[in-house]
Design a protein around this ligand. Structure first.
Ligand code: AFP
Length: 370
């Protein structure tokens, strides 16, 4: 037994690997073997990306050309590497007829020389990549959709499906340990990469988000751009024991959605990247198809809620590939509370947090001193 192992080899061999899990799920639910094969390709791609990310500055980026992507963001070499790994690994399995990536303006077709399947794969190859330089957790987010009947060469319109039509969704985490979190629509399961055997292994079966929480996550530097319902909610949290909630709250902001959602899956919490007025042309920061929709499916499958503040995220009808959307997700009691604040505001009630009144009680000013 290795000095680093806490379990015997015999116990280890009985562990459920990701591959075994998806094969057993196929047998249990009668799902399509092609879906199993596709998820297998996704896990292989994630292993390659995990390796590249873990090597940090040691990983050669020679010859990797970066650009400004369709989001207007400057790519990191690892964005390009991760994107290429996903495209290469997943195109060859004969399960897909097209892919959409955060890094590509248009859908990526499956080369003629490969077999074509009936699935569409949508992904953000390296979420949180602005955290790479500072060695903070990043990840890959993916969503599996079914192409319409008879579609073999999908166009953008074929990918514009609401999240409630996802067949599977998940994300990989590249952090202190590498993980995959997966839902096939029957709960949420977490797998940790065991580098000694080269396999993701089921370590977090049936993850459930606690319904209540005293922790929230938001980029507070955007406070002046928030809508009044979000100001109301955060103001109450920040006022803690002496405020209307009568309890102290904790705040976190990693700036990698994968890390925030994982934290919420483990110990609950509320994550917000709400609608704001920072750039009036954009209703939010996060992208619907490859960030919000897959995370919303995971969160709902784990017993949480996910909304724009005004609409269930899984019901939002996409109108373009790289569409942005407000995102509020996590522990159900807090999502419900913030949804109620939006509804009250939209009815013309609860106007206290409209500017400039709110300015006398901003997060960064003490009520006592104002
Ligand atoms: P990058 O992948 O460009 O780093 O963006 C990450 C992200 O889409 C999401 O993972 C974070 O929650 C959010 O953006 C962070 O946004 P801020 O930079 O405004 O904090």
């Amino acid at each position: 037994m290795s000095p680093f192992s806490s379990v015997s080899n015999e116990t280890q061999s009985r562990r459920t690997t990701f591959s075994k899990f998806i094969i057993e799920e196929e047998a249990r639910t009668g799902s399509d073997p092609s879906l199993t094969a596709l998820l297998n390709d996704v896990q292989t791609a994630c292993k390659f990306i995990a390796l590249a990310v873990s090597r940090g500055a040691l990983h050669s980026t020679a010859g990797i050309g970066t650009d400004v992507n369709v989001q207007g963001e400057t790519q990191k070499p690892l964005d390009v590497i991760a994107n290429n790994i996903m495209l290469d690994e997943c195109a060859r399995g004969g399960t897909l007829c097209g892919m959409v990536s955060e890094e590509l303006p248009e859908p990526s077709p499956i080369p003629e020389s490969y077999r074509h399947g009936r699935y569409l794969l949508v992904f953000d190859p390296l979420d949180g990549s602005s955290n790479l330089d500072v060695n903070v957790t990043v990840g890959t987010i993916f969503s599996v959709l079914l192409a319409g009947e008879g579609v073999t060469e999908p166009e953008a319109a074929d990918f514009l499906q609401p999240g409630n039509r996802q067949i599977a969704a998940g994300f990989a985490l590249y952090g202190p340990s590498s993980m995959i979190v997966l839902t096939l629509g029957h709960g949420v399961h977490g797998f940790t990469l065991d580098r000694e055997i080269g396999a993701y292994t089921l370590t977090h079966p049936d993850m459930k988000i606690p319904t209540s929480t005293r922790e929230f996550a938001i980029n507070a530097s955007n406070e002046r751009f928030w809508e009044p319902p979000v100001r109301h909610y955060v103001d109450e949290c920040v006022r803690g024991k002496t405020g209307p909630r009568g309890e102290d709250f904790n705040m976190r902001w990693v700036a990698s959605m994968v890390a925030e959602v994982y934290r919420i899956l483990v110990r609950g919490g509320l994550f917000m990247y709400p609608r704001d007025t920072k750039d009036p042309g954009k209703p939010g920061r996060l992208r619907l198809l490859y960030e919000a929709s897959p995370m919303a499916m995971i969160v709902e499958q784990a017993g949480g809620l996910a909304t724009t503040g005004r609409e269930r995220l899984l019901d939002v009808e996409p109108t373009s590939l790289h569409q942005r959307v407000p995102v509020i997700l996590g522990s159900s009691e807090e999502v419900e509370r913030l949804t109620k604040y939006h509804a009250a505001y939209d009815r013309g009630e609860d106007l206290e947090f409209e500017s400039p009144l709110f300015n006398v009680r901003s997060m960064f000013r003490s009520t006592a001193g104002s």
